[in-house]
Unconditional design. Structure first.
Length: 133
């Protein structure tokens, strides 16, 4: 987070307003994430488990409903980890509620290319989830 915040601070003078501030920040964060991943270089990196302090559980669901929800999240995380890096980053940006055009801006590709990549990523994710079921 600190590296991303520093990179955003350093890049602010170069912001020309050709895109939204949101995609500008996502692009910087994306590039820092790629740099971090390349330096770290493990092939299959496990996602950190969220602790209850970081993500408090909703008190309304019953324990079996919470367990089922946790299992669905675990399946989703595991399925995302199996995707190719291009599909993984596209899905992660889509999960951040970015549109295909915004994903294209972040990744430095056209909106059409981003939409195609998103469609392929969703299909790959669906296949991975079906294989786990």
């Amino acid at each position: 987070m600190q590296e991303i915040a520093l990179a955003i601070w350093q890049a602010l003078p170069r912001f020309r307003g050709e895109c939204s501030e949101r995609t500008f920040v996502f692009r910087i964060a994306h590039n820092r994430g790629i740099t971090h991943a390349v330096r770290r270089r493990p092939e299959h990196e496990a996602l950190e488990e969220l602790t209850d302090a970081q993500h408090p559980a909703d008190p309304a669901p019953l324990p079996d409903e919470r367990a089922a929800e946790r299992q669905r999240r675990d399946w989703l995380r595991a399925a995302i980890r199996t995707l190719a890096p291009l599909h993984r980053e596209t899905i992660m940006l889509a999960l951040e509620d970015l549109s295909a055009a915004e994903i294209g801006e972040v990744l430095g590709i056209s909106a059409n290319n981003a939409a195609v990549r998103l469609h392929q990523a969703r299909a790959a994710l669906k296949k991975a989830l079906e294989e786990r079921s």
